[in-house]
Design a protein around this ligand. Structure first.
Ligand code: ZN
Length: 275
């Protein structure tokens, strides 16, 4: 089930929303980033890893959304990390007894029974100034930003020329804004794109949280496409983005775009941010 997309880097693409789980080869085992969604898929790729003689030695969640916080018992009990802010958000959202029932309501009904929630969100927050994931393998640099979700991490594996983008730079999903308690979600997202752009030279492979893997020629194009969408949204201009156009991969996405458009002006009227 695993596909090599760079030297020492494998991915597994889920049936759910083209979610990419990322496996990085270390010295004594592998790092698993955003393990996946369906239990059977995670079990199957855990099985592949064990056939390869590769124990999972660390896990990482790029951001605090359910589809990036899952884990399967067969992947083992390695430490799982996220940024401090990501982990704090997860702790907060899981803090009451109804939490998992609420999360289950976010999961599409056709797959909810295949999504194991028992190990959801069991991550340790890495202190805010942590620059790399602590593990014995290629350096994985944490580029924290606040686009899409609190404490979101893009991960740069310079040695392999790989950027693991989390939920940005997708060829199928538009930038999805964090509209919960954020003063200026568009500016947060634009700031994230500037950070990513700052490390983009030398990236040969970009792995989005959802969608297809991009090559060296894709990284700047995807940054520009996300930025153009955000500018159009901010300035209430017509959005001509194929991801929400007639050929959109997901037919529910134009509706999400409409909701983003409608929710932003109201936020401004409440006086969240000037301009
Ligand atoms: Zn996602």
């Amino acid at each position: 089930m695993l596909r090599q997309v760079a030297e020492g880097l494998l991915i597994h693409e889920s049936e759910f929303c083209q979610s990419n789980a990322v496996v990085v080869q270390g010295r004594a085992g592998v790092l698993v980033i955003d393990a996946g969604v369906r239990g059977d898929e995670m079990a199957c790729f855990a099985n592949d890893l064990s056939d390869l003689g590769q124990p999972v030695v660390a896990g990482f969640s790029t951001h605090p959304h359910w589809d990036h916080l899952l884990w399967h018992a067969s992947l083992g009990a390695a430490p799982r990390y996220g940024t401090e802010r990501c982990a704090a958000t997860v702790r907060d959202r899981l803090s009451d007894t109804r939490a998992k029932a609420r999360i289950a309501e976010l999961i599409p009904p056709d797959i909810v029974e295949h999504v194991p929630l028992d190990l959801l969100g069991l991550i340790t927050g890495l202190p805010a100034e942590t620059e790399q994931i602590p593990w014995d393998g290629p350096q994985v640099r944490i580029i924290e930003h606040q686009a899409h979700a609190p404490g979101h991490a893009a991960l740069l594996i310079e040695e392999l020329g790989v950027l693991v983008a989390g939920d940005t730079l997708s060829d199928v999903l538009i930038p999805l804004l964090d509209l919960n308690d954020t003063a200026d979600p568009i500016e947060d997202y634009l700031a994230a794109l500037r950070l990513i752009e700052g490390v983009a030279d030398g990236v040969d492979v970009v792995v989005p949280g959802h969608g297809s893997i991009g090559g060296a020629d894709q990284i700047h194009a995807r940054i520009e496409q996300d930025r153009a969408y955000l500018h159009a949204l901010r300035d209430a201009q017509v959005v001509s983005d194929p991801r929400v156009g007639p050929s959109a991969t997901y037919d529910w996405l134009p509706g999400v775009h409409e909701r983003q458009l409608q929710n932003l002006p109201r936020r401004r009227e409440r006086g969240g941010t000037p301009g």
